[in-house]
Design a protein around this ligand. Structure first.
Ligand code: MG
Ligand code: MG
Length: 258
């Protein structure tokens, strides 16, 4: 059953998701060759707690950290460790918070130093596919309209869409119905109405779409070892437009200054 939020709840979700946007921008300042993913995790946890929130991922189904840090061929759910970032890497950072009882959830894939032209293109297409999906996230459309728009954009760049992991509704719980796949047919799936809040989060591979889980029970990697990218925003469905609760503006400002 879909849970529709009233205006007060949407405003609370806006606050939670804004905090995640700011946490990711804080991390952007620190991403460079030579640092470890567990260092990023400690910065994120302090930032979140200093802002009166708690990390949403830590302890979720036993997940051990504040962030999912997914490097290169890791698609999602990478666990922060003493692994060191190096020039040419791409790192997807997924961050979740609970603020005033409402969850914020967003992901961004960062370049580490100079990255290859093909990696730049992967990041651009993944991010743009998210924006194409957001354009369709309006009342009266169906989830399949969002899914189709994401898939069309990603595949137009010669990339492939991960099928095993999908976006989701969000509220007091991090994962609520409906599922929001990054592939699908227009006019199918749940009808979106004002008050539905969803996370759209394309996971796009440079090579084949197949993925596998490591023996840690979390880390998801591409089978062919090629890079993967992941961007995520939370969106409140409204009458004529998508009310986007996440912003990448702060991240872009930091990256521009680098
Ligand atoms: Mg996320
Ligand atoms: Mg999510």
């Amino acid at each position: 059953m879909l849970r529709f939020k009233n205006e007060k709840e949407v405003e609370l979700l806006r606050k939670s998701n804004l905090l995640v946007s700011m946490a990711l921008a804080e991390l952007a300042k620190h991403i460079e060759p030579g640092i470890t993913t567990s260092y990023l995790d400690s910065i994120a946890e302090s930032f979140i707690r200093d802002n009166g929130a708690v990390p949403a991922f830590k302890g979720y189904n036993g997940f051990p950290a504040t962030l999912c840090t997914s490097l290169n061929d890791t698609v999602v759910h990478g666990i922060p460790s003493n692994e060191v970032l190096k020039e040419g890497d791409v790192i997807s950072i997924d961050c979740g918070v609970i603020l005033n009882g409402y969850v914020g959830d967003s992901a961004f894939t960062f370049p580490v130093g100079e990255i290859s032209e093909e990696a730049v293109k992967l990041l651009e297409y993944t991010r743009t596919s998210l924006e194409e999906g957001i354009k369709k996230a309006v009342a009266g459309n169906r989830i399949g309209d969002v899914s189709h728009a994401v898939q069309k954009k990603a595949e137009s760049g010669g990339f492939s869409v991960v099928r095993e992991f999908v976006g989701h509704g969000i509220g007091k719980k991090m994962h609520e119905p409906p599922e929001v796949p990054n592939f699908g047919r227009q006019g199918t799936g749940s009808l979106m109405k004002k008050g539905l809040v969803i996370c759209i989060e394309p996971m796009i591979n440079m090579g084949e779409r197949g993925v596998m889980m490591l023996s840690d029970g979390w880390t998801i990697k591409t089978i062919d070892g090629k890079y993967s990218a992941h961007f995520e925003k939370a969106v409140a469905i409204d009458k004529d437009k998508a009310d986007v609760l996440t912003t990448f503006e702060y991240i872009d400002e930091v990256l521009k200054g680098k």
